[in-house]
Design a protein around this ligand. Structure first.
Ligand SMILES: Cc1cc2nc3c(=O)[nH]c(=O)nc-3n(C[C@H](O)[C@H](O)[C@H](O)COP(=O)(O)OP(=O)(O)OC[C@H]3O[C@@H](n4cnc5c(N)ncnc54)[C@H](O)[C@@H]3O)c2cc1C
Length: 369
């Protein structure tokens, strides 16, 4: 185990903010994770599992405990009789490298999630979703370590099946467990039949049109190219040679509200600016249970926090109303303060509370204002 001390964490995140880790280990195997956990347990240190750092804001004061950076690599395959291929991937593999690999191998199911930053482990924890696909669609099982469990490697590793993972919209049992479980590998069932039928549609993009434009059903690579283009236009891509922002993607979850609350929000928006409300449709989607999923970016359009807003080192992406960005040398406290003001502004106008999707690590919230 290669233990380090006082390691700066900002460069290991896509926001590029945050102080150092008191202790830091890069784990390249499950054994090293178990070893690192034993070290933390002996000293009663809090532990944080770090993937690609693309969904977190680390406190300016850093993390006063042990950060275990998951670097476990490797991809293995197993062909199944039903034409599916089971692919087991190390938690530290970059998610987008895995997507590229699947396209090269003509194994479909991941291409709509092209360009999502972070690692395979992080993608499972967040049940990453994009352009009509989500991790839980193809996920089969994962190897996990319970940080409160056994200190012997063989006993420490458990296999958890999909139905036990509690996947929900952008969340999972792992995400809800407060960091209790560390994912060391995940197995996906990919289709050897490369028939891709992308169905994503929003108010700017319609994937069904791709087939019409191309004159044929898009290949996996064509879906990827199209997704990367959309992501770049929306400011939701971090990739060398492409327009990128230092951020953590969408900062807030999409709120789900009752039918009455939706009517109320629509009424407020029309009273404030009917033209704008019309121009930004669709901004609400009815759910099977009668509730509505709202676009937080729409609600923010009625606040001062418009695209391109800048305050100190933090701001709102000029391309994406939901994305807080590091415009210069932002401090974590500036980002958290801006997020809080955005939440309060939406709540004041619409009575709807936006919840952060991005996770605060260390003492971020208590150090603002
Ligand atoms: C530009 C941009 C675009 C994005 N677009 C999307 C999108 O389209 N859809 C979407 O769903 N998300 C999106 N995201 C959010 C983010 O990329 C995902 O949530 C990603 O899966 C986070 O993975 P990570 O490895 O970076 O995790 P980190 O940010 O390092 O960690 C996030 C959380 O996961 C935990 N974690 C990470 N790895 C492990 C592990 N192996 N075991 C246990 N816990 C672990 C951490 O402890 C932490 O709680 C975007 C982010 C950015 C910056």
């Amino acid at each position: 185990m290669n233990l380090k001390e006082h390691v700066p964490l900002a460069p290991l995140t896509t926001f590029g903010v945050g102080g150092p880790a008191r202790f830091f280990v890069e784990a390249e195997s499950a054994e090293e994770v178990v070893e690192a956990l034993a070290f933390a347990r002996e000293r009663a240190l809090p532990v944080f599992a770090l993937g690609g750092g693309s969904n977190i804001v680390i406190a300016d004061s850093g993390f006063d405990g042990l950060v275990i950076a998951l670097r476990i690599q490797g991809v293995t395959t197993e062909n199944k009789d039903n034409g599916k291929t089971f692919v087991t991937v190390g938690a530290g593999v970059a998610w987008d490298d895995f997507v590229v690999w699947s396209i090269e191998k003509k194994l479909s199911g991941l291409e709509c999630m092209s360009g999502v930053p972070g690692t395979v482990g992080g993608a499972v924890v967040a049940n990453v979703g994009a352009y009509g696909a989500q991790v839980s669609d193809t996920f089969v099982s994962a190897e996990i370590i319970d940080t409160k469990g056994a200190s012997d490697k063989v006993q420490a590793i458990q296999v958890i099946k999909k139905e036990e993972c509690g996947f929900s919209y952008h969340d999972s049992l792992f995400g809800r467990s407060g960091g209790r479980y560390i994912v060391v590998s995940a197995t996906f069932s990919l289709s050897a039949d490369p028939a891709v039928t992308p169905s994503y549609k929003d108010n700017r993009f319609d994937m069904a049109e791709l087939s019409l434009q191309l004159g044929h059903k898009p290949t996996q690579q064509e879906v990827r190219d199209s997704v990367l283009k959309m992501r770049e236009e929306k400011g939701s891509l971090i990739m060398k040679g492409r327009k990128s922002f230092r951020c953590a993607g969408s900062f807030f979850h999409m709120p789900f509200v009752s039918n009455e609350k939706y009517d109320e929000a629509a009424g407020i928006a029309r009273t404030l600016d009917a033209e704008r409300e019309k121009a930004l449709r669709p901004w609400a989607w009815e759910q099977p249970d009668g509730s509505y999923k709202l676009a937080p970016g729409f609600l923010l359009e009625y606040t001062e926090f418009q695209k391109g807003f800048v305050r100190g080192g933090a701001g709102v992406s000029p391309l994406h109303a939901l994305s807080i960005i590091n415009v210069g040398n932002a401090r974590a406290s500036e980002i958290a303060e801006l997020a809080l003001d955005m939440q309060n502004a939406v709540e004041k106008i619409f009575g709807i509370k936006l919840e952060p999707e991005v996770e605060y690590v260390g003492d971020v919230e208590n150090r603002i204002l």
